[in-house]
Design a protein around this ligand. Structure first.
Ligand code: TYD
Ligand code: MG
Length: 451
């Protein structure tokens, strides 16, 4: 008797293997392999016509038609609107607000005369209606369907010919021919492939929601990244109400853009001025709190960096870094000890980027160092100061990119002094803010005693 064949997949990145492996050779994650039956090959009944290549010069390019989604921050991340016939994956942790964001998008689009089909495999019509009621008034032609069978979904799409389809979520959709369970790597891939064909052949834009999974056998959205046109991730802190929408891949635009939202009682609100939002509630005249000019994508954002340095009660001092890179903070503290002779080895150090934002660019080094110095020496800083700059291992302050935008944002937000790398200072044209260029962290210490 023929044995039922199975194959092992990594549920993080989709790597295939004939046997189970503890660590995935593709993405280096542990314990991510799941066993799935090998699917019957679906025989393509379409008669194979002869394929002929064409000369590039002879191909007439169609115009890329875009449509505004009605949510400015979403359009920005998509690269200037929704591209007709594209397949967009929206990933994120469960409960972060993916369904809310796309339902809000549906409302805006349907109000502009387009027809949208929202297919949910997770919630009942009643639940969606209740969410819609929280979001406000829906006037347009928004069709709702609760279905998980891909063949039936395909029929409905053909029958109603919507402009936009939302699939919530890809992990609930299944194709009957495949013997593996919904959410498995083969099901999720097959469903995405089918949706891609529907999108391209009918010129329908399809949004797929994919949950980022921590455990269990459900395949994560990373398995699909290579198959779709655009990948957006919706991120946020469990404790903060702001959310960031980030493009990870975009065949129709840059991946540098982010959109910032705030989760409110009546849905997601766009945050047009993230700096103002991030600096809300900042303490005045307290030691250990400074403002850094950071860049997210192409957008300058001012964030508050805090440090608390105090004598330790343990043999091993405690060090934590929230919202920034832990190893980087350790490195900067080592530079402070070595170059400025600061005694930090018997101190606990807590560094925090307030507001729940995660900043990993080295341009906040200078702010982290200034906050540590300020807390260690217990000197309160002038709170009209902004800093940015990368710090090297010899304590030198190095130039960073997009300095002009950072200074301009600081000036716009009413800051009076900007401490920046000397190498950047000469290139700045922004007026109305005092610039202090420094070459090494020794000069920074000198400034701390003045301000
Ligand atoms: P949801 O869109 O269901 O998340 P996802 O689809 O990513 O799993 O959002 C769930 C959370 O959002 C839920 O915890 C409640 C919150 N929420 C609000 O705070 N305000 C609102 O208006 C809505 C609709 C949801
Ligand atoms: Mg949802």
């Amino acid at each position: 008797m023929a044995k039922n064949k199975t194959i092992f997949f990594c549920k993080e990145c989709g790597h295939e293997s004939a046997k189970w492996l503890g660590q995935c050779p593709g993405c280096r994650q542990w314990d991510t392999f799941v066993e799935e039956p090998v699917s019957k090959k679906i025989i393509n009944t379409r008669a194979k016509s002869v394929s002929e290549p064409q000369l590039l010069q002879e191909i007439v390019a169609g115009v890329e038609t875009r449509m505004e989604s009605g949510i400015g921050e979403l359009d920005r991340v998509l690269g200037g609107g929704i591209v007709k016939g594209s397949l967009v994956l929206v990933g994120g942790d469960p409960g972060i607000g993916k369904s809310t964001l796309l339902l809000q998008m549906c409302r805006e689009i349907t109000n502009k005369m387009s027809k949208v089909l929202y297919i949910s495999g997770e919630e009942s019509l009643n639940q969606i209606k209740m969410r819609a009621n929280r979001l406000g008034v829906f006037n347009g032609e928004l069709l709702l369907l609760c279905e998980t069978d891909l063949d039936l979904i395909e029929n409905v799409i053909h029958k109603h010919q919507p402009d936009i389809v939302v699939i919530d979520s890809i992990q609930t959709i299944f194709k009957e021919e495949l013997s593996s369970a919904p959410g498995s790597v083969s099901q999720v891939r097959e469903a995405t492939g089918a949706l891609m064909r529907i999108a391209k052949s009918n010129g329908i834009t399809i949004f797929i929601i994919g949950h980022v999974t921590k455990e269990g056998v459900v395949a994560g959205p990373r398995v699909l990244e290579h198959m779709v046109d655009t990948v957006l991730y919706f991120e946020g802190d469990n404790y903060a109400s702001y959310r960031v929408l980030r493009a990870v891949k975009n065949r129709f635009g840059s991946t540098n853009e982010i959109g910032v939202f705030e989760m409110r009682g009546d849905g997601l609100a766009e945050v047009k001025n993230p700096s103002e939002y991030m600096l809300k509630g900042r303490p005045e005249g307290e030691a250990g709190s400074v403002v850094a000019a950071s860049i997210e994508g192409t957008r300058p954002i001012l964030v508050e960096v805090q440090a608390l340095i105090c004598r330790t009660n343990f043999n091993m001092p405690r060090r934590t870094a929230a919202g920034t890179d832990y190893n980087r903070v350790n490195l900067l503290m080592a530079v402070l000890e070595k170059r400025l002779g600061l005694q930090l080895s018997d101190c606990d150090a807590y560094v925090n980027v307030a507001g729940g934002m995660r900043i990993t660019e080295p341009a906040i080094d200078l702010a982290v160092i200034y906050a540590i110095l300020s807390s260690h020496k217990n000197i309160a800083l002038n709170n009209r100061i902004v800093l940015f700059g990368e710090v090297g291992l010899t304590g030198e302050v190095r130039a960073v990119n997009m300095a002009e935008q950072r200074v301009a944002e600081a000036a716009k937000m009413g800051f009076e002094v900007c401490i920046l790398p000397q190498a950047n200072k000469d290139t700045i044209k922004t007026k109305g803010i005092q610039l202090i260029g420094i070459r090494n962290i020794g000069e920074l210490l000198g400034l701390l005693n003045q301000h």
